[in-house]
Design a binder for this molecule. Structure first.
Ligand SMILES: NC(=O)c1ccc[n+]([C@@H]2O[C@H](COP(=O)([O-])OP(=O)(O)OC[C@H]3O[C@@H](n4cnc5c(N)ncnc54)[C@H](OP(=O)(O)O)[C@@H]3O)[C@@H](O)[C@H]2O)c1
Length: 275
């Protein structure tokens, strides 16, 4: 009979666990038995996930922090190790996109994307590997990239995800002699709050094409029921965050001599937004 709690006695950190893909990954790892540290900025959303994990008999802790602050990333890893004595899985998921052309883009939005999608992720990798080595873990680093890294014309956001792919491959090489594996996950369009900084006309068009009457507002999170309905009604175009989470669970439950190096999880139809 398959083990329903393959991650029992393991410690996992998921950044950006307050929404979308990170939230789904945190819940999956928690259901699979890991003590999950949910890291993010929105306590209420993470509290709900913590309760969901506890309902399945799992253990979860919440750590508030901003991934752009390198000291806070280190503190996140330190507190997971202090509480459980170990670190086995680090999912560097927090990320965001401000779409826009290079000629008309705002340097502050580029800085935010670079500091969140790239700097926060590299510091998360470094801090986690040091912690995994110090407890002799059979560890897994999971970096959430994007299918945007498969195109060369995906703008500044795409450039940050190309960087994630290079960081994942370089770290995998550096860790060949360690018992730590590196998985790079490239999701396609997924029904989450990711489009919160996208042009409203674009988001509202997708919502109305999926048969719903709802007006999204710039910068605001969509209610979970709208995200669910959107995904159910537009399955060809929008993936489900739990499908990405299942892929992550698969990667981190393989034997340590198996490195699942890259995974692309995407809906059947490709959706690209002109950057
Ligand atoms: N959805 C897609 O179509 C898609 C496709 C390919 C790749 N991805 C990647 O998947 C990852 C997760 O995105 P998602 O789709 O789940 O979007 P989401 O629903 O907007 O979730 C993003 C998460 O990252 C967190 N975050 C952003 N900036 C942060 C910061 N400075 N410090 C701490 N947390 C921060 C957000 O927290 P707050 O709520 O506090 O901002 C949120 O929890 C990202 O790396 C994204 O690039 C998404």
């Amino acid at each position: 009979m398959p083990n329903s709690r393959p991650l029992e006695n393991r410690t996992a950190i998921v950044t950006g666990a307050s929404s979308g893909i990170g939230r789904a990954i945190a819940e999956k790892l928690g259901e699979a038995g890991a003590h999950v540290f949910l890291a993010g900025r929105n306590t209420q959303a993470m509290q709900e996930s913590k309760q969901n994990i506890e309902k399945c008999g799992g253990v979860a802790s919440i750590q508030i922090g901003d991934i752009r602050d390198t000291a806070q990333v280190q503190a996140l890893v330190d507190s997971a190790v202090a509480a459980t004595g170990r670190l086995d899985i680090m999912v560097n998921n927090a990320g965001l996109e401000f779409p826009g052309s290079i000629m008309e883009g705002d340097p502050e939005s580029w800085r935010t994307m670079l500091e969140t999608n790239v700097l926060g992720l590299i510091v998360g990798c470094q801090a986690a590997v040091k912690a995994m080595r110090s407890c002799n873990a059979q560890g897994h680093i999971v970096n959430i990239s994007s299918v945007s890294a498969q195109r060369n014309n995906s703008g500044v956001y795409g450039a940050t995800k190309h960087a994630v792919n290079v960081i994942s491959s370089s770290l995998r090489d550096e860790l060949e002699e360690d018992t730590i594996r590196v998985t790079n996950v490239m999701p396609g369009a997924t029904s989450t709050n990711f489009a919160r900084h996208f042009p409203r006309e674009f988001v509202n068009k997708i919502i109305s094409l999926s048969g719903m009457e709802f007006e999204a507002k710039e910068g605001e999170h969509l209610p979970p029921e709208v995200l669910d309905e959107l995904q159910k009604n537009a399955k060809q175009l929008l993936g489900n965050a739990y499908d990405v989470a299942n892929a992550v669970l698969y990667a981190v439950t393989q034997p340590i001599e198996v490195n699942v190096a890259e995974i692309v999880v995407r809906p059947p139809r490709a959706m690209t937004l002109a950057h």
